[in-house]
Ligand binder design. Structure first.
Ligand SMILES: Nc1nc2c(c(=O)[nH]1)N[C@H]1C(S)=C(S)[C@@H](COP(=O)(O)O)O[C@H]1N2
Ligand SMILES: [Mo]
Length: 378
């Protein structure tokens, strides 16, 4: 007799559309927050030229909030995604695998969505610990995959719209006929998923939301750990800068009236103190007290026009973050400093001695350390 293929049977009653819809709603919310805050981060770091001067420098804590939410919603999405995949994985074994062209396209789009979502949260998580076991460049790939996910997600929601609507309006026969037993089990499953989301969030969110820093057990950075009470991403040794000899340091400012300052001359200019966070794109954030010279005073000395942009160059010779640019909203903000001191003491080499940029509402990668040159752009 001919052997017929029999697909596996799944008896779990929570592999149903209703459970998938409930978890999907929370996962969709996490992805939406992650996507929007990710777009904000992308635009702030790589502004199209028409937007560079429109980017606001206030509220000072803006980037800290959006990037904190980005990393927190991405981490929360991991247990949600696993739970969602668990509820729907029996469909992987649907038989026959393809019923029509429409069915084939639908399965293809779900395949793209699942692969892209798993890839995105996994690589995003590894990026928060700065571990790059791959050869591609993280940021462009992370950004492109985000669009892939959103496209596939919109398609997926459109395909599933009738089912989603039926389940929420209670008009689906399956919903009305639910045995009480299922409702109890479903509540337990959802409580477990909620507890997992709560646990990963509470043990990591303190890396940027410092009132919860004592619960920060799993995040790669603790906001208190580092020289002068502030974390460090790239040390002076790693950047190949080391300790810059004070007597040999020069700040070169180019513009309509170019000039050069020694460190003593820089210290003799009016000093201002500001309280601003470093908000790293990888998710940690920490506020500190910075003292130094206002960038706008330095630009005025160079005869810069009021709407000038500025290019900041580090003494670091290689590496992605040795140069940054700031639009005029940042450049003219009184909180934007070329900082010489941190929490009341001279900067240590790891924090950018002798001088670093600190500006409000700005990602850490743009807070250039070991500044050697400011260039007025018009
Ligand atoms: N020249 C230079 N500046 C730099 C970096 C760098 O690698 N080189 N790292 C940036 C990053 S990623 C962050 S988050 C901030 C804060 O890092 P810190 O605590 O090491 O100063 O510094 C920024 N400034
Ligand atoms: Mo960073």
């Amino acid at each position: 007799m001919e052997q017929r293929f029999s697909p596996p049977v799944f008896r779990g009653r929570l592999h149903d559309a209703r459970t998938a819809t409930v978890i999907g709603r929370w996962l969709g919310l996490a992805f939406a927050v992650c996507f929007v805050t990710g777009l904000v981060s992308h635009v702030v770091q790589h502004p199209p030229s028409w937007a560079a001067d429109e980017l606001p420098s206030r509220p000072a804590w803006g980037y800290r909030l959006t990037q904190g939410l980005h990393v927190a919603s991405g981490i929360a999405a991991i247990p949600l995604l696993l739970a969602k995949l668990w509820t729907v994985y029996p469909r992987l074994f649907a038989w026959p695998p393809v019923r029509s062209l429409r069915h084939a396209l639908e399965r293809l789009s779900v395949g793209v969505l699942v692969a892209a979502a798993v890839f995105e949260v996994a690589t995003g998580l590894l990026n928060t610990v700065q571990w790059y076991p791959w050869s591609f460049s993280f940021v462009p790939v992370h950004y492109a995959t985000a669009w892939l996910i959103i496209g596939a997600l919109v398609l997926h929601l459109a395909v599933k719209a009738p089912e989603i609507r039926a389940h929420w309006t209670g008009r689906s026969p399956g919903t009305l006929a639910l045995p009480e037993q299922d409702a109890v089990d479903r509540r337990s499953l959802l409580a477990g998923v909620g507890a997992a989301v709560g646990a990963v969030t509470l043990t990591t969110v303190g890396q940027s939301f410092t009132p919860l820093k004592d619960l920060d057990l799993l995040a790669p950075r603790h906001p208190d750990h580092g020289p002068q009470g502030l974390p460090v991403n790239r040390t002076a040794a790693a950047a190949g800068v080391g300790r810059v000899p004070a007597e040999r340091y020069r700040l070169v400012v180019s513009g309509p009236r170019p000039y050069v300052l020694t460190l003593d001359e820089l210290r003799a200019l009016p000093q201002h103190e500001v309280e601003l966070p470093i908000a790293c794109v990888e998710g940690w954030s920490r506020s500190a007290r910075w003292t130094g010279v206002r960038i706008r005073d330095l630009l005025e000395l160079a005869g810069a026009p009021p709407h000038a942009r500025v290019r900041v160059e580090s003494l670091q010779l290689r590496g992605g973050y040795r140069v940054s640019e700031m639009g005029h909203e940042y450049a003219r903000d009184p909180l934007t400093l070329l900082a010489l001191r941190l929490n009341g003491r001279e900067l240590t080499p790891d924090h950018g001695y002798p001088a670093r940029v600190i500006a409000p509402d700005r990602p850490g990668v743009l807070q250039t350390k070991w500044v050697g040159r400011l260039e007025v752009l018009s």
